[in-house]
Unconditional design. Structure first.
Length: 469
């Protein structure tokens, strides 16, 4: 079987890997000059830099074993350390009751528990529907904790009111089920059964060299060694469809328009872009749905700091709106070999909408903002950092607004109507999932094609109301 894969992110690479191992002809087309997508790394002035904090974690032992296979057993295991900065204090995140009690003023502690008791009573008398993000956290934590730790950060990162965000995002991204879950995690031993507190991700795996992008480079080496082709810097122009069958893909390589036919086409590029590439054009309903599917973009600015370390955290959330940066990470805490011993690099993330003021920042402007914010929270002294690098991701977060499911279903239904076309991965399914999910999705598609053809196993990955970590 001849398979054409659009996109060389983790989903596309893992799919190609499974197919190539089974002896199929595989060709990947990637618009960027590098593979890895959001999970790529770049070497800049002796540092390996990721797009923010990336780490691999999974409860699936077979998937972890697969990671070791791809990386030739060159893997680091790290104990997760992350915090959130609020009201001049750093709180452990995920939240721990003892840490919250130690850091919060007494009057706020009393108010938080009162708010929680009141909202639980109110919910019993008149149930609060889980119809948006704000309601989801409000009924589980009370107003004080919900606003402090969840609503403020979410509205800052997503550039929209929490009442307009789907509860799906909360159920998959907030470790704790409610305030009582926080108490149980702190003072009780976990027990089996329905009342068991949700498990937080306490450790993760990371490549022993080359940043998180070494996973993609590992796939690249192995796919090429098995005869697979990976064409970089080759943007797709059209997916040619005839009588419900995807016949070929046209793309540009070295300025030349080329055509590639395949028995099966697997797309891992952003789903709206796939629909726009279809020829003949998709119906008007699809283009209306595309207009309703939005993305949050991110500007990443990297500061080189003239000291060996900034903190021990892997990443820190900065939810307060007087700070522009919404999250920082320090790569030395993932791998202490990623740069010089006497200096460190911190990645500062600024969420934005493509084309807005933040999106248009240059390195000098973004570095000044990042330095100001780090000085404000007390992590950095003025004058000891410089802007090292700046990069931007247009399709960073799919926006789970209140209508995204209907719009997404319209596009998925159209893709299903094309016999030999499939779409998968974070971008291909418009799904806010983790690295391990993307790898699992790509492998599921590859294995399905190896056995019987197109399947739906990948669609079930990261689709439930479960915590993603």
């Amino acid at each position: 079987m001849n398979v054409v894969i659009l996109g060389a992110g983790l989903a596309g690479l893992s799919c190609a890997y499974e197919l190539a191992k089974a002896g199929h002809k595989v060709t990947i087309l990637e618009r960027e000059p590098w593979a890895g997508g959001m999970a790529s790394s770049h070497e800049v002035e002796g540092y390996w830099l990721d797009h923010g904090p990336h780490r691999f974690h999974s409860y699936n032992k077979e998937l972890v074993a697969h990671l070791y296979e791809v990386l030739d057993n060159k893997v680091l295991v790290r104990d997760r350390l992350s915090r959130i900065y609020m009201r001049g204090r750093f709180f452990n995140y995920p939240l721990k009751l003892s840490n919250v009690l130690r850091n919060m003023p007494p009057h706020l502690i009393v108010k938080a528990f009162w708010d929680y008791a009141w909202i639980r009573l109110r919910d019993r008398l008149k149930p609060i529907p889980d119809n948006n993000f704000k309601n989801w956290v409000l009924k589980r934590f009370g107003k004080t904790l919900a606003e402090m730790f969840f609503v403020t950060y979410t509205e800052k990162a997503w550039k929209m009111p929490a009442t307009e965000i789907s509860a799906d995002w909360a159920s998959q991204r907030i470790t704790l089920l409610n305030l009582w879950d926080t108490v149980k995690k702190t003072v009780m031993s976990p027990k089996a059964g329905k009342d068991k507190p949700r498990t937080l991700v306490s450790e993760f795996w990371y490549p022993a060299e080359g940043g998180i992008g070494e996973i993609s480079r590992g796939y690249e080496r192995k796919i090429r060694a098995m005869g697979g082709e990976i064409h970089l810097d080759t943007p797709v122009e059209q997916v040619l469809v005839e009588n419900g069958v995807a016949r070929a893909v046209t793309y540009r390589e070295g300025g030349e328009l080329k055509r590639l036919e395949g028995d099966m086409i697997v797309s891992t590029i952003p789903l709206p872009r796939l629909i726009e590439h279809l020829s003949p054009a998709a119906p008007a309903a699809c283009h209306q749905a595309i207009a309703g599917l939005r993305y949050i973009s991110i500007v990443f600015v990297y500061l080189e700091i003239n000291r060996p370390s900034l903190s021990k955290d892997h990443w820190i959330y900065l939810p307060e709106k007087h700070l522009t940066v919404h999250r920082i990470c320090e790569f030395k805490n993932f791998d202490d070999q990623v740069g010089p011993k006497d200096k460190t690099v911190v990645c500062c993330e600024i969420t934005c909408l493509r084309g807005d003021e933040s999106w248009n920042l240059d390195l000098e402007q973004a570095a000044k903002i990042a330095e100001r914010d780090l000085v404000t929270v007390g992590l950095l002294e003025p004058g000891i950092s410089r802007g090292l690098w700046l990069t931007k991701l247009r399709y960073a977060y799919p926006v789970y607004d209140l209508t995204y499911k209907a719009n997404l279903q319209t596009l998925m239904d159209h893709v299903k109507g094309i016999k030999n076309l499939d779409t998968t991965g974070r971008q291909g399914l418009y799904r806010y999932n983790n690295m391990d999910h993307s790898v699992a999705m790509g492998r599921a598609v590859g294995k399905a094609l190896n056995k019987k053809g197109r399947g739906d196993d990948d669609k079930r990955v990261a689709a439930e109301q479960e915590y993603f970590g």
